[in-house]
Design a binder for this molecule. Sequence first.
Ligand code: FAD
Length: 485
Amino acid sequence: MQKIVNEIDIALVGGGIMSATLATILHEIDPKLKIHLFEKLPSCGEESSAALNNAGTGHAGNCELNYTPEKNNNININKALSVCEMYELSLQLWAYVVKNDKNIPPESFITKSSHASFVWDKVNTKFLEKRFKLISKQPLFKGMTFTKEAQKIKSIFPLLIKGRINDDNIALTNYEFGTDVNFGQLTSILIKRLQKNAYFKIHTNEHISKIKKINNCYHFQTQLGQIHAKFIFLGAGGNSIKILQDLRLPQARGYGGFPISGKWLVCDNKNIIQQHKGKVYSQAETGSPPMSVPHLDIRNINGKQSLLFGPFAGFTFKFLKSGSFLDFPSSIKISNLKEILTVGIKNLNLLTYLIKQALQNHKNRMKHLRKFYPEAKSSDWKLISAGQRVQIIKPSDGLFGKLEFGTEIIYDHKKTLAALLGASPGASVSAASMLEIVEKCFLNQNQEYTKKLKKIFPSYGIKLNDNPEMLQKVRNSYRKILKLL
Ligand SMILES: Cc1cc2nc3c(=O)[nH]c(=O)nc-3n(C[C@H](O)[C@H](O)[C@H](O)COP(=O)(O)OP(=O)(O)OC[C@H]3O[C@@H](n4cnc5c(N)ncnc54)[C@H](O)[C@@H]3O)c2cc1C
């Protein structure tokens, strides 16, 4: 064991979009914080944040029908509103970064991309029209359009209509100012920018484990010696749950992870690609997990366009793409056995759905795709793997453990540790999630920090949906900087 000890303020475990965002905000409010980032792979942004490991949708509630569930004939739009408010913060942060660094071309990580929802049966057409009437009244969604006319839909998204036998009950909402984001590229940009500050250090090929809390400091061993950190962020994606378990944090008792893998159908045929501009979502199949809502999606990855369809969910034991098949079995402990077993019993439908999805062949997957794009030819599409998601299993008041499809940040009682669990809405809300950590763990009524946050986030502390004038001002500004007009 080496004797060198490195005393630092903040250790970030994992080099994905979350750690990169937290470090960016913290260094803006206090450039002298000694922040070290530890990544187990040779480079950052290679797991869930990598471009093809996620859908690159700047989730803002425009097109994701699972954010506006209907119960007893009432559509609840609260989640769409809150995700949209959170995404506004991400856009403000990215615009701040681009404005302050003339060497970052915004189009290298973000482009304008229409966000549409398309349905093709009576029930969902009724739902979409009702949803549109509610949501388009909100300032955040101003500009959204709705149509049931096949010709109109064809003029915007021809692939959805060509060859469709029955267009009696189709409907589409469209929001022109949606975005496509390359979160892997964004992670690299943020980290490269951070590296200009001598107080920020990055250590790759460092798999962090066996973290101990001794005398108010987190200790762990690395190739450069012992690290003693006053604050630690577990941004290790699917692996964060395992690191938390090793730490035996009381706040994480009963927690577990439920891994779900993903796959895309990809088309590189230029003639087809040029006929589709934007992201078209629809309703998830009955029984499927909410984050497996299918979509037909133009992606802009490192200057190359591809058409993606999916994600198809699947069953896996791995917590990371680069993980091990022992990840899930070894995460079952006496402390979470009840939750994991009962979640399994309560979600047998989901397990069956995932196994069925994993067993699908190309023909079945094409059948799904043809519901969106009736003339899709098998030979134009190939299957590639998407990323892994680890959903949260947690204790509940009742008899059964609870399966959560959202994100949750766990803190220790002194707010010297924060761990991000779950993966939805994910990277899009990275600014809001990391801002929550900054507020809970670093602000301490520090007026200077708050002033600096207001410079990064012009709408800091303000609900934009309640302030249409400010919303317009903020949007005009970041759309110009990020070239989204
Ligand atoms: C199929 C799919 C589609 C998605 N679509 C979208 C979308 O359209 N829009 C959206 O906003 N979000 C989407 N997401 C979610 C999004 O990808 C994630 O929320 C986000 O990338 C998570 O970032 P992260 O930094 O927490 O994790 P990651 O990017 O996974 O980074 C974690 C890092 O920690 C490292 N690490 C792990 N263990 C250790 C260790 N012990 N020591 C050191 N390093 C470690 C890993 O190597 C990795 O680099 C999608 C996810 C999936 C799977």
